[in-house]
Design a protein around this ligand. Structure first.
Ligand SMILES: [Fe+2]
Length: 343
């Protein structure tokens, strides 16, 4: 899933604990992106690419996936990151190939081949033999395990219901036949959530918690979003933290979704596609911190030495300053932290 040598070393060198990860999304290849140098200076153990990793569909090129991926490496700082750090990647619509597209996208198999090639997915990976690019990895030793769960919210996703009037956007659709992940990925996710781990970072590309805006989000398929929460509850999966991108804004959202502990969604967007100007924040009743201007990346830091390990969820600007931070105790991410609600 990355330059093979660093990933191999990273996995072989376990069980070193993960201490800091960086995450980001929405990188327009061929355009300046000072965030890459900042991320290299931050020196994370690995980088989590949350989708829209490059913009395939907005280029007036011949529409060659390999060519557009290769253009990412024209940025010397990204090239350095690619060559020296493990990168765990999902995709979103723009690197999948078409704005807001899903299961119907005709070039999706071609897109998957190019994805696997550029992110150096090992030949043994199921990502070559199955549809979709979902995957998981377990990092760190027992007691300090960080499970990276990469969701694919594109390859199987049913069509969304468009708002008929301007502005452009989508309406919640409760058709039970519609799916976000597809049957095979849902079954796989259920098994993954049963594996023992202390922390589970679920990379979703689109936002899981924020639900009031009109753009793409899990809340556009409310039954599927509820299924996600129910699956976490039924598998008794502790330690879940969502990571998302896509939105050209950065924020941290938190919801009591009935799983017994708070579910956080750290949205880190964009590496170089956010508004540089000030803008009004959008409605999000679950936001606990946000950044309404500028390029950014996410950081997740782990202090395992403390008796109750500390997790820092951060949004950093392209200069590296911490703009949003929430400090979470590992013990908070277990059922029982939030008492069941009385009807
Ligand atoms: Fe997107």
């Amino acid at each position: 899933m990355i330059s093979a040598l660093p990933l191999a070393l990273f996995l072989v060198s376990q069980p070193a604990a993960v201490t800091r990860l960086a995450a980001g999304s929405c990188y327009k290849q061929g355009e300046p992106a000072p965030a890459w140098a900042t991320i290299n200076r931050y020196n994370p153990d690995a980088f989590l690419f949350l989708g829209d990793n490059m913009y395939f569909d907005t280029n007036e090129s011949s529409g060659d996936f390999d060519k557009e991926y290769a253009r990412m490496l024209e940025d010397a700082e990204f090239k350095k990151l690619y060559a020296t750090k493990p990168i765990f990647a999902t995709w979103d619509d723009h690197d999948y190939g078409l704005n807001d597209s899903g299961v119907e996208y005709p070039r999706k198999e071609e897109a998957q081949k190019a994805f696997n090639k550029f992110w150096k997915v090992p030949a043994s990976s199921g990502r070559h033999s199955r549809g979709g690019i979902y995957d998981s990895t377990m990092l760190g030793p027992e007691g300090q395990r960080v499970q990276i769960i990469i969701l694919d919210t594109r390859f199987f996703r049913s069509s969304l219901t468009r708002q008929t009037e301007a502005p452009r956007g989508y309406l919640p659709d409760t058709d039970p036949a519609k799916t976000m992940l597809g049957d095979a990925q849902w079954q796989w996710l259920r098994q993954e959530l049963k594996r023992p781990a202390e922390v589970r970072l679920i990379m979703s590309s689109i936002q899981v918690i924020s639900e009031q805006h009109r753009f793409e989000k899990w809340a556009n398929l409310p039954l599927e979003r509820q299924k996600l929460f129910d699956t976490i509850k039924e598998t008794e999966a502790n330690g879940v933290i969502f990571l998302s991108g896509d939105r050209h804004l950065a924020e941290l959202s938190m919801l009591d979704a009935g799983v017994g502990y708070p579910l956080y969604d750290l949205t880190a967007s964009a590496i170089n596609r956010s508004s540089r100007d000030w803008r009004m924040v959008e409605e999000n009743r679950w936001r606990v911190g946000g950044l309404n201007t500028g390029q950014n990346f996410g950081a997740i830091e782990f202090d395992w030495k403390q008796e109750d390990p500390l997790i820092r969820l951060q949004i950093r600007d392209e200069g590296g300053d911490i703009m949003v931070q929430q400090k979470i105790r590992l013990s908070w991410l277990k059922a029982g932290k939030i008492k069941p609600r009385t009807p």
